[in-house]
Design a protein around this ligand. Structure first.
Ligand code: FNR
Length: 344
């Protein structure tokens, strides 16, 4: 089996999700059993503007905005640790080959693969020729994917994630264009661009796409339970399976041993946020999403979370030891170095 086929065969994959697939989620998903984890979609313009910084105090690699935000801080656009490298996919939002390549080269030594989002139906994405706008532009797809494949080190896989086109014939046509670019695999979210998430995914149609190409296909859409990872593969013939919303609702869907209670899952994710000194903003977002799905936000805990301004306050609300905050800091530097100043 070649390296690409091996990498993308029989893998349970965390789908890219904006604001969800930040480092704490990816690390916890891996602990639960995810084999490959996608980043949230990162827009090419933001990543291009960033500088790669090795934060020796935490052992992290951070892509830090070179410009300060309105509060005078430099935002971390993407963050990872070396231990993630063997399973991390950086997803880019882009409609342009040159920009895509710049971003991919910047992060090449920190990732296993770069994936291009060709499924996002939202206007902010399609208006710049990115996301699902690419589904109608095979020439542009060819340009982006061949540019990446030709210029990236061979150990970095190149993939994309598409949706279904209006007819199966059109989807197959695009699938063949993508395969001919030399991709290692591609993902298919088995919904039409016009479909809402609550409408069922079309596993039956994905089967035809899988049969039309010889590269591995990653099946995505309505993996709700752990057993569905196997079921979607066997019903579609796809090499691997990807899970989105069910992982957002309870990440332990990746556990072979079964789902954990909602509170235990929330605490595990919160611990990851605290250990890695994650941003308060994204920590709150992740916890809010989990509360919405379990106890709701209209209660004491929800109110306290909404009001909290620090990780300490959040830790106290959920009765998780505050001592976890920053505990992954490998060594305390005697004086702040440039990396610290930039990223903390
Ligand atoms: C998404 N999805 C998505 N897709 C993508 O390619 N890049 C992204 O950044 C995002 N962001 C995102 C955020 C959130 C909150 C959700 C719920 C979804 C789509 C996602 O990856 C997946 O294709 C769909 O959710 C379908 O899979 P499920 O949910 O049926 O398993």
């Amino acid at each position: 089996m070649d390296a690409a086929r091996e990498f993308y065969t029989n893998k349970n994959i965390l789908a890219p999700m904006v604001r969800v697939c930040t480092m704490p989620t990816r690390l916890q998903a891996t602990e639960y059993g995810a084999d490959i984890v996608y980043s949230e979609e990162i827009l090419d313009y933001s990543l291009m503007r960033s500088k790669r910084v090795e934060n020796h105090a935490f052992g992290t690699v951070e892509f830090v905005n070179t410009k300060e935000n309105s509060s005078g801080f430099r935002d971390v656009i993407f963050q990872t640790i070396p231990e993630e490298r063997g399973r991390l996919v950086l997803q880019l939002g882009t409609g342009d080959a040159t920009r895509a390549l710049k971003c991919a080269l910047l992060a090449a030594k920190d990732i296993s693969a770069v994936d291009i989002n060709m499924g996002c139906p939202l206007k902010f994405s399609t208006s710049s020729g990115a996301g699902s706008a690419l589904l109608k532009k095979p020439e542009q797809v060819r340009d982006i994917m061949t540019t990446l494949r030709r210029n990236l080190p061979s150990e970095v896989h190149v993939t994309c994630k598409i949706r279904l086109l209006e007819t199966t014939e059109k989807t197959i046509e695009l699938a063949r264009v993508i395969e001919a670019c030399g991709v290692s695999a591609f993902g298919v979210h088995a919904r039409y661009v016009s479909q809402r998430p609550r409408q069922p995914a079309h596993w039956d149609l994905m089967k035809h796409v899988v049969e039309s190409v010889s590269c591995p296909v990653i099946a995505n859409g309505d993996v709700f339970k752990h057993e569905d990872f196997e079921r979607i593969k066997s019903e579609t013939g796809a090499a691997s399976a990807m899970c989105g919303r069910a992982a957002l609702w309870n990440l332990s869907v990746f556990r072979e041993e079964g789902l954990l209670p909602a509170r235990e899952n929330l605490n595990n994710i919160l611990k990851k946020c605290l250990e890695w000194n994650h941003t308060v903003k994204n920590t709150k977002y992740l916890l809010r999403e989990l509360l919405i799905k379990s106890t709701g936000l209209e209660n004491e805990e929800g109110n306290a979370l909404n009001k909290s301004k620090t990780l300490e306050e959040i830790a106290r609300t959920f009765e998780v030891p505050e001592t976890l905050i920053g505990s992954k800091r490998r060594e305390h530097l005697k004086r702040p170095c440039e990396e610290d100043a930039l990223s903390l």
